[in-house]
Design a binder for this molecule. Structure first.
Ligand code: BGC
Length: 756
């Protein structure tokens, strides 16, 4: 049928322009300016399509006596609509389905324009009928308004993932929701929760983790925060979207176990535990079918198995493939405009689609709008609610709570960090990222901050005249530079990746070419650390880079992700010990790329293996350079004891919670914020298993010398594996070893749980 489609040919390169385009008139909207709701109205008379296929219904069709399918509310529809009269909402939707004409219906199923309208990706409503439509804006780094508007650029999600603190992430969600509303939007296109399969993935920075349990917990926190303010969150990209350069065509293959146990559980969790309002389908194919055409994904798993009651939106422009194939698979809304859904009339005419199919999609979208109260909300613009002191302070707090201390050697009598101002005369600052606004890629998640505190700015602000900060901008160090470095009290090299190295494809740099630091930066690190034993490297990047070729000679090493607009202050906070380092890696840092599964971003078809990340490394007994979950503090802890509420459980009670109490002692002289991690192993399992699977974690603060207990909980269902024969998740009746410790490699405490 594709030949029938009068498709708007859109070169990939045009996508970038679309994301940057906006029909906003020059001056930014005044504070709290009412948006003219009529501009978002869709009427029968209004032709919104670019298609040549006529669809000949008229306003008189509204009186045509159409009878929609009867709809019986369920527990799931009531849960989705919690706090509102869910059954009345369903009845109202039935009335609307009766009254709407087919043209109005298909008008509701696609966005309004290829570009943005006043910063917003618009899916029109019909205000006269109380249908608000959707007003969407990108996350997940912050609210992606277009310059000259500004918003808080938070640390990218991968760095926030390193906080291992879902409640902190919930506060980020609240702040982003406030900024979303202030931009006149009602839907935030975040969180990105695609598994980090390989650190060369260009959008690694947008997601939280290589691990489904950690990812799920962070996503639940974020979605709860966003939706607590009435903004709809969007889980994206569903599913298996972990390569950029071929994202529009790659066919990702994997067996069902891998899909169900590695790539999907966190989506389910964000739906079940946080009632995520919507889901965005991915660009790529899964098992031979584009995700928007994949009925197994969008209907059988998402709706039939998980009971999801919200709507599915396409990814932009090249994310929809046909009308009937997508709609019958479970796609409800094509964004940003009906490039493919213009085929709806033709597909109805040829019998591939019925009005009932449209009704199903519209019911889900109207449910989302009514349950989240979009129909009753005035859309206002309030730029003063973005980049507030509170939000900028939160951005700094998140960054400093998340920066990971990877190495801290003793030089002379003490560890090189924290730096002590009274002992410093000169701090030399070097590196390609030291004095640039390094807050992430230039893709759809880019956020225009008013200003960015670079690492150099942060160090200068910290100095307050107590010591000199000397910046050497060139990476080629001449004799004078080397002498300055040699004489310095400490050297801070801020290096890693820039937006030119990695990012969203089409709009940004795409996948990383390698995990190596730029060659001249390696030379710089080696030269500086050869001159000065107090050389500290702050590494900025989306996810893991190789550090083994150059980290042996450096005294201290930190991973700072892309730390957001307040990142420079946060880096200084950690270096000077204004905060105890508490970040833990949400990914493994391998010694070398060859230790990881292959990353293929050129083939049209790739196969994902069951074991990735730390599971892959542990199964092959390959020691990582820095392990998943790892991070140092300025103190030291000892894991002393573990006990379970019960050492037995019943597989027939999957919702029962297992609680492990882990006793941790702070054996050092400074306070710590420790993240206790609980991994599960099964020896003698009937199926292939990872050596260790993270199943719970909890964060505790411990005063010097004190002992505290961390409570780590998981539901028994979290132990389930996908049974290929029974075609469902089952809990193996066996003995599970629960291991607790500070990271995936060090799990000194053990307890057993027998499941009968
Ligand atoms: C990205 C999505 C984004 C959308 C709208 C696409 O290119 O893949 O993540 O939400 O654009 O900007």
């Amino acid at each position: 049928m594709r030949s029938l489609r009068p498709r708007l040919a859109l070169p990939l390169a045009a996508l970038g322009a679309l994301h940057g385009s906006c029909t906003r008139a020059a001056p930014p909207p005044a504070d709290a300016q009412e948006i003219n709701a009529d501009s978002a109205a869709l009427t029968d008379a209004q032709e919104i399509n670019t298609d040549a296929v006529a669809f000949t219904d008229s306003p008189s069709d509204t009186g045509r006596g159409y009878e929609p399918e009867p709809f019986a509310p369920t527990e799931a529809t009531r849960r989705y609509c919690a706090g509102r009269d869910a059954d009345a909402i369903e009845a109202r939707i039935t009335e609307l389905l009766r009254a709407l004409s087919p043209t109005q219906k298909r008008g509701l199923m696609a966005g309004a324009a290829l570009g943005r309208t006043e910063d917003i990706w618009l899916a029109r409503g019909i205000p006269a009928l109380g249908i608000a439509g959707f007003r969407m804006i990108d996350g997940p780094r912050g609210v992606a308004v277009l310059p000259p508007l500004r918003a808080t650029a938070f640390p990218t999600a991968m760095l926030r993932g390193a906080s291992w603190d879902p409640s902190l992430e919930e506060r980020v969600g609240v702040a982003m929701a406030v900024e979303t509303l202030s931009a006149g939007a009602t839907v935030l296109l975040a969180p990105t929760i695609n598994i980090l399969r390989h650190p060369r993935w260009g959008r690694a920075q947008e997601t939280y983790s290589e691990d489904t349990t950690h990812m799920g917990a962070m996503a639940v926190g974020f979605v709860r925060g966003v939706q607590s303010r009435g903004v709809l969150a969007t889980l994206k990209h569903f599913a298996a979207n972990s390569i950029e350069n071929t994202r529009h065509r790659v066919d990702v293959r994997m067996d069902q176990r891998t899909l169900r146990e590695v790539y999907l559980p966190h989506f389910r969790r964000a739906i079940h535990e946080a009632n995520a309002a919507s889901v965005m389908s991915a660009y790529n194919k899964l098992d031979g079918l584009y995700c928007d055409n994949n009925r197994q994904l969008l209907t059988e798993i998402l709706r039939d198995e998980w009971g999801f009651q919200g709507f599915v939106v396409s990814d932009w422009v090249l994310g929809t493939h046909g009308a009937a194939p997508a709609i019958t698979a479970g796609l409800d809304l094509e964004m940003p405009t009906p490039l493919e859904f213009s085929m709806i009339p033709a597909d109805i005419t040829r019998g591939a689609l019925t009005e009932r199919d449209l009704d199903r999609a519209i019911r889900r979208m109207l449910r989302s709008q009514f349950c989240f109260g979009l129909d009753a909300r005035a859309v206002t613009r309030a730029p003063e609610q973005r980049e507030t002191i509170a939000h900028l302070t939160l951005a700094r707090e998140v960054a400093r709570r998340s920066i990971v201390l990877l190495k801290n050697s003793t030089v002379g009598a003490a560890p090189v960090l924290p730096l002590e101002p009274s002992r410093l005369r000169t701090v030399v600052v070097l590196g390609r990222a030291a004095n640039v606004a390094n807050i992430g890629d230039r893709g759809s998640s880019a956020v225009p901050a008013s200003s960015v505190v670079t690492a150099l700015d942060g160090l200068r602000a910290r100095a307050e005249g107590r010591f000199d900060v000397v910046h050497i901008a060139s990476s080629a160090l001449d004799a004078a530079a080397l002498a300055t470095i040699r004489a310095a009290s400490a050297v801070v090299i801020v290096t890693g990746s820039l937006h030119t190295d990695e990012g969203e494809a089409t709009l940004g740099a795409g996948d990383r070419a390698s995990l190596s630091l730029a060659a001249e930066e390696i030379v710089l690190v080696r030269a500086a650390s050869a001159e000065n034993p107090r050389t500290i490297v702050v590494l900025e990047s989306g996810a893991a880079l190789e550090t083994a070729p150059w980290d042996a000679g450096v005294a201290a090493l930190l991973w700072a992700g892309y730390p957001g607009s307040q990142g420079g202050h946060a880096i200084a906070d950690v270096l000077f010990g204004a905060v105890e380092p508490s970040g833990r890696l949400p990914f493994s840092m391998a010694e070398r790329e060859a230790d990881l599964p292959p990353f293929d971003n050129t083939s049209d078809r790739v196969t994902y293996e069951f074991l990735q990340g730390y599971r892959h490394l542990q199964a092959r007994a390959i020691a990582p350079r820095f392990a998943f979950g790892f991070g140092l503090s300025f103190s030291s802890v000892n894991y002393e004891a573990i006990s379970l509420t019960s050492s037995t459980a019943s597989a027939s009670e999957p919702d029962n919670v297992v609680e492990a109490t882990v006793t941790v002692r702070n054996t050092g002289a400074r306070p710590v914020r420790e993240t206790a991690q609980l991994y599960v192993s099964v020896t003698g399992s009937s199926i292939t298993r990872a050596p260790r699977d993270l199943r719970a974690f909890a964060q505790v603060e411990i005063a010097p010398g004190a002992t505290t207990t961390a409570r780590l909980r998981f539901a028994l269902r979290d132990l389930a594996v996908y049974d290929e024969t029974a075609r469902r998740m089952v809990i193996e009746r066996t003995t599970y070893e629960l291991r607790a410790g500070p990271d995936s490699e060090r799990t000194p405490l053990r307890a057993t749980l027998t499941v009968r």
